[in-house]
Ligand binder design. Sequence first.
Ligand code: NDP
Ligand code: 8X3
Length: 253
Amino acid sequence: MKNKTILITGATDGIGKACAHKFASAGARVILNGRNPEKLQTIKQDLTKKYAVEVLPLLFDVRDRKAAAQAIGNLPVEWQAVDILINNAGLVLGVDKEHEGNLEDWEIVIDTNIKGLLTVTRLIVPGMAERRRGHIINIGSIAGDAAYPGGSVYCATKSAVKTLTDGLRIDLADTHLRVTNIKPGLVETHFSITRFYGDKARADAVYKGIKPLTGEDIAETIFFAASAPEHVQIAEVLIMPVNQATATIIYRK
Ligand code: NDP
Ligand code: 8X3
């Protein structure tokens, strides 16, 4: 991974932050996307100090197409050749039924998880295709495999991530580029706190009685896919805690 350039969206927390550490620890140069400048600076300092690698914070909201185009279009020349894109930024808000939920929240979820991913893909992948090398790793979810109660819109967005990942793989089948969909189950990050609008007790209950995955577990799997020999394309990985069988079948002690 030494000297490879990795762009991670949503790198200020959870899985994205864990990926930043994992790839930087292996000597990669990392571009950290996020929308909180202080958090980006703190992570940059941590990574630089711990691993002595180059780190570039890239401040934009993936929903803001203009800001994304400007930030990526103005990358310093030595950062332009992105080798690995990790489309990670994503969220869910609420557990409402489809016929009762808040349309504004759903717009945020759809704009981030689908349109944001598509925007960054559209901006980065042409350069990869020109250079004839690159790896796009999308963070899907077990939620993309089947709908679950209160997850309708989120599940639909992750189902879209699966289809967009498959579509991109098809479109790039005549190139050297690789395309991967990582589909985690329960991972304890800020994800559920965001889902429950900051209600930590409700978020904690999601992981009660089960040992959930960590952002680091997912980063290890992503790193494995990214480190496979060049002719090997890991198309999809479904990864869950040992006591989870589907999005809703979970054995709790
Ligand atoms: P976290 O909430 O811990 O991290 C999400 C990250 O995405 C944060 O850095 C957040 O930044 C960033 N982000 C959110 N919206 C935007 C945006 N519009 N533009 C830029 N960055 C943004 O959650 P996870 O690490 O768990 O989630 C990462 C991905 O993994 C998501 O796509 C999620 O759907 C997926 N996933 C998570 C699972 C889980 O159980 N945790 C399971 C399966 C998939 P900010 O702090 O500014 O909000
Ligand atoms: C997150 C996993 O099952 O909470 O994508 O939707 S789940």
